[in-house]
Ligand binder design. Structure first.
Ligand SMILES: [Zn+2]
Length: 457
């Protein structure tokens, strides 16, 4: 059986996440882990495997020394395909094209079975070649990343309880892309050193009631609509936070002028850069400010009934440095209406920022260069979405978010959308990345001069 055949078999198992646990078909997760056991016999005979939080998987590969371990994260679950029209059925794992040029269509092809299966292929291959890692390697595969993240939370708690302080945690996140940084033509490996926080607030307006034939001057729905519009007009302030500054400074030598000069002096050019990033598009705007958007809304249940309660959910993504308390203050000021109740449903503050220098960073960026060639530039960046890695930030300051796949814009747009797909040669190279990472020098400190050079870069 080839790696691609194993990958297709695993993609065909619909391990779909649902917010409502009742809707999750847990038998699929049992089927998935049974298939892993059958397809990766060396992994399952050499590594210790534990089931955590019922369906999450934690593997430990014992190394030859007691050096700090690395933890490779991926998740088994995939997002639903409900209300989507696919050209290729989402769980048929169809191949289009021939050989290494072929493309594999399936839900999870990238997010995140692409990484999960590539990691297992790399470990199975290393075991077949008699490789033993210097330090322990943990594989932590959550089962509900797309919804609650309870599996990752439980695994991280278990590792903390055992006193494990990893040298590095690597999760999904950025990829190798083109055009992520204005003015940079070289492909860039976007390695997330931080991620924004996520929270949901609820706006509620109450009304004494009445009849739709004799409405009050400002009904609950109108008051809510006004609040929503005020919120949209009064966006959060912009600023250049350290991970974005680091991205620009690291990209500077690879950028065309005048951006090269601007990126290398962010201390002076920050106001101009933040203004430019804010206006360039939704993705760059999200790098320089906390964003808020109204998602769910509800009012009256009948067309001739006045709403006694009108409600809206505000989904907020917090920029590094902002807190949920700051957001609450901003919402109150922007809405400026005491009759609109603002309550926090739930939320997480932004993650801490991992270093873009030091042993773990060098190991990761060095493996990128070894696997993808020197023309690929490894850049620290601020991840816009949330990942399972946020639960691991208490264990180590070296938490990184990167999947070793070279993806086009269209391929990235297919995440969580119809026709998710990955090119076979891209996926196979991802396996080589994980294999190289497992065998890379485990962060041995280079000499002073070499270290200074690396830090200047
Ligand atoms: Zn994912």
């Amino acid at each position: 059986m080839t790696p691609v055949e194993r990958f297709r078999e695993l993609l065909a198992i619909p391990t779909v996440s649902h917010v409502d646990p009742e809707q999750v078909d847990t038998a699929r997760f049992v089927e998935f882990r049974d298939a892993l056991r059958r397809l990766y016999p060396r992994v399952h005979s050499t590594l210790h495997r534990e089931l955590v939080a019922e369906h999450s998987l934690l593997y430990r590969w014992v190394g030859t020394s007691d050096a700090a371990p690395i933890v490779l994260l991926a998740h088994q679950d995939v997002v639903s395909v409900a209300n989507q029209t696919w050209r290729h059925p989402p769980f048929a794992a169809e191949m289009v094209g021939e050989g290494a040029d072929a493309t594999l269509y399936a839900r999870g092809a990238i997010d995140d079975k692409g990484a999960l299966v590539a990691i297992l292929e790399a470990v199975e291959g290393a075991l077949a070649d008699g490789v033993t890692p210097v330090a322990d390697v943990y594989l932590a595969f959550g089962h509900d990343e797309e919804t609650r993240g309870s599996g990752a939370r439980a695994i991280a708690a278990l590792l903390a309880e055992r006193g494990i302080a990893p040298a590095m945690v690597l999760d999904e996140g950025g990829a190798i892309v083109e055009g992520a940084v204005p003015g940079v033509r070289a492909p860039t490996a976007m390695i997330g050193v931080a991620e924004r926080g996520v929270s949901t607030f609820e706006l509620t307006v109450h009304e004494a009631g009445g009849h739709a034939s004799t409405p009050p001057r400002v009904p609950a729905t109108a008051r809510l609509a006004r609040a929503i519009d005020r919120l949209r007009r009064r966006s959060f302030p912009v600023r250049l936070v350290p991970p974005v500054r680091a991205m620009l400074a690291t990209a500077a030598p690879h950028a065309a002028q005048p951006l090269r000069a601007m990126f290398s002096r962010t201390g002076l050019t920050a106001p101009a850069l933040t203004a430019a990033l804010a206006s360039l598009g939704p993705e760059t705007n999200a790098l320089v400010r906390t964003t808020a958007v109204v998602t769910e809304m509800s009012g009256s249940a009948g067309e001739n009934v006045l709403a006694t309660t009108a409600r809206a959910a505000v989904n907020v993504r917090l920029l590094t440095g902002d807190t949920i308390a700051d957001v609450a203050v901003h919402l109150r000021r922007a809405i400026a209406d005491p009759l609109v109740h603002i309550d926090l449903r739930h939320g997480d503050d932004p993650s801490p920022v991992s270093p873009w220098r030091g042993a773990a960073w060098r190991r990761l960026s060095g493996t990128v260069a070894d696997t993808f060639g020197g023309e690929v530039v490894a850049l620290p960046y601020l991840q816009l979405g949330a990942s399972d890695s946020r639960f691991y930030t208490g264990l180590t300051d070296a938490v990184y978010r990167f999947a070793p796949f070279h993806l086009t814009r269209a391929e990235r747009d297919a995440l969580h959308a119809p026709d998710e797909r990955i090119r076979i040669d891209v996926w196979l190279r991802g396996i080589r990345f994980y294999r190289a990472l497992l065998e890379s020098p485990s962060g041995a400190e280079p000499s002073g001069a070499a270290r200074r050079r690396a830090e200047l870069r």
